[in-house]
Design a protein around this ligand. Structure first.
Ligand code: GTP
Ligand code: MG
Length: 185
């Protein structure tokens, strides 16, 4: 079977996640290729021109800050996003629990018709000796719109460009099944 889809002309990447997980640091590390010692609450929206992105598609990166923005603005940004990165900190279990208890339900509420692709991003890998990926795989089994996951560090720059590339790829080459086994009776 051939599945045709309209080519995407731009990608809008939104970063959400609990306060302090490192959303703003990730964006600033990507842009300046160094870890910002002093981070503002929110990064300005960034537009990356098509010719410097791996997939040749203009890409916007949007930060969200609970201290500076309202829930109404958050819902609006989630609706406008073509992919949402839920950032958690690998050393903060609460930020992992909130992926399923808060962030995924909120994203689903704001995309009632077509699921919005999600990438799970475990930041601050420089602080721990273990990986959170096994627990994250269990979450991925529960929510089919989670395209992929990645662990990274805004501080050491590990996997930073990869994380934004995965987000772009989740929009341009989604792997979500077109046929859901659960619904097939
Ligand atoms: P809010 O704007 O409050 O929602 O937080 P945020 O998610 O934007 O986090 P922010 O980028 O402000 O980072 C919070 C703290 O974590 C800062 O002190 C950062 O320096 C620190 N931080 C961010 N990324 C890393 C990382 O990869 N490793 C380490 N060790 N610290 C980090
Ligand atoms: Mg911030």
């Amino acid at each position: 079977m051939v599945v045709k889809s309209t080519p995407k002309r731009s990608v809008r990447i939104l970063l959400v996640g609990d306060s302090g997980v490192g959303k703003t640091s990730l964006i600033l590390s990507l842009v300046s290729e160094e870890f910002p010692e002093n981070v503002p609450p929110k990064a300005e929206e960034i537009t990356i021109p098509a010719d410097v992105t791996p997939e040749q598609v203009p890409t916007n990166i949007v930060d969200f800050s609970t201290s500076e923005q309202t829930d109404i603005e958050l819902n609006e940004q989630i609706r406008r996003a073509s992919v949402v990165c839920i950032v958690y900190a690998v050393d903060d279990d609460d930020s992992i629990d909130r992926i399923t208890s808060h962030w995924m339900p909120l994203i689903r509420q704001n995309h009632p018709d077509t699921p919005c692709p999600v990438v799970l991003v475990g930041n601050k890998i420089d602080l721990v000796e273990y990986s959170t990926i096994d627990g994250i795989f269990e979450i991925m089994e529960e929510f089919s719109e989670i395209e992929t996951c990645i662990e990274c560090s805004a501080k050491t720059l590990k996997n930073i460009s990869e994380m934004f590339y995965y987000a772009q790829k989740a929009v341009l080459h989604p792997t979500s099944p077109i046929y859901s086994v659960e619904k097939a009776d």
